[in-house]
Design a binder for this molecule. Structure first.
Ligand code: PLP
Length: 366
């Protein structure tokens, strides 16, 4: 097939230039049938819950914004229902913000790399520009640099705790950015990992700043990545604007039923127990890794993954994959040369991983 066939002629210009997102799952697609594989590459929870669904309502279209889900999440986050939107994962929240607030071919967003990849990908999909303000070397925000983009971007995406560095952004820095972009642009704080550092949520700032948007998800601490359920928290006016561009039935009925159960008090208690186990595992794994060979741990402990650096990252990665242990290469990201990321698994999985890494360094020293 040549590059000028009828289909690429027909395809929208900027879409021709895109490549599909290399999700952790897609990178190892086709190898998924192997039950011995250990997946520590997508920051998923190792703990699945048990849920039953009531199929008697499946002949009907679901509500656009299922009431029990909205009410439970509003209660969980200490906000009003009018400040809460439920979406097909936090990823859909990112997309809705870009579609509702950025004009294709004209507007831009600002991202702060190294960070989560979907902000840029979502923007590029809609032909929206992407400006970059790099994090400082200690992964704090470069607030003075960010502020130079006032008037040049429609939304600033800040990830806290940040994927893949595990660092949280200080309240002072978020407030400075909110103040600078007041009446100018949205400041979107992605709190996908906030349950691992709940004290640092900026949801309290919604009362003061009507340009603040917070993204949340059930995919990480709640252990429901397969459910595809996320939340956008913002002023009622922003939520109403996002409702103009959301699909009529974005939340399938079984998803709403399961999300409601996950957000009932039993579900929240289970999640909090899981978080404690994972945080303990994370601190232990980080300490043990830092003792090994040429490994240097990087970033902070505020999420469910460990980032580390080794000059032998390619060999280590290949060795782990060969031994059916899948982690994620982050070394192509700016400021993350030679970095790999491990999502915290179950205590057994983490032991297995550590044993393999030790074996790798034992081989290398012979
Ligand atoms: C995983 C992740 C998301 C996506 O969450 P979904 O609800 O599964 O779409 C959003 N932001 C960050 C930073 C993430 O790591």
């Amino acid at each position: 097939m040549n590059g000028h066939d009828w289909l690429s002629e027909l395809t929208v210009g900027h879409v021709n230039a895109l490549t599909p997102y290399e999700s952790a799952r897609r990178l190892f697609a086709g190898s998924g049938a192997d039950s011995k594989q250990v997946w520590l590459n997508a920051n998923e929870s190792p703990f699945a819950g048990e849920y039953e669904v009531d199929s008697s309502v499946f002949n009907r279209y679901p509500d656009c914004q299922p009431d029990t889900v909205i009410k439970s999440y509003a209660k969980y986050s200490g906000l009003e229902s009018s400040q809460t939107l439920v979406t097909r994962g936090a990823d859909e929240g990112i997309e809705l913000i870009i579609r509702a607030f950025c004009e294709a071919g004209r507007d831009s967003i600002l991202i702060c790399p190294p960070t989560y990849g979907m902000y840029a990908i979502s923007a590029q999909t809609f032909n929206v520009g992407v400006e970059r303000s790099l994090l400082n070397d200690d992964f704090t925000l470069n607030v003075r640099d960010i502020i130079q983009y006032v008037g040049k971007v429609k939304a600033v995406f800040i990830c806290s705790p940040n994927n893949p560095t595990g660092t949280s952004v200080s309240k002072e820095d978020i407030v400075s950015v909110l103040e600078a972009f007041k009446d100018q642009a949205l400041v979107v704080v992605d709190e996908a990992y906030i349950e691992f550092d709940i004290e640092q949520t900026r949801s309290d700032l919604l009362a003061q700043y009507d340009n603040l948007v917070i993204l949340r998800t059930l995919s990480k601490a709640f252990g429901l990545a397969g459910l595809r359920c996320g939340f956008t928290l913002a002023s009622p006016d922003i939520i109403q604007t996002l409702l103009k561009v959301i699909a009529p039935y974005p939340i399938p009925a079984p998803v709403a039923q399961i999300a409601s159960k996950a957000l009932a008090s039993d579900g929240i208690t289970k999640m909090q127990k899981d978080v404690l186990i994972l945080k303990n595992e994370l601190v232990t794994l980080r300490a043990e890794l830092s003792e090994l060979g040429d490994i240097q741990v990087v970033g902070d402990i505020n999420a469910n993954f460990v980032l580390f650096k080794t000059p032998r990252k390619s060999e280590l990665m290949a060795f782990l994959v060969e031994n059916k242990m899948l982690i994620r290469d982050q070394s192509k990201q700016i400021k993350l040369d030679n970095c790999l990321r491990i999502s915290i698994g179950s205590p057994e999985q983490n032991k297995q991983l550590l044993a393999l890494i030790k074996a790798f360094y034992a081989l290398g020293s012979k």
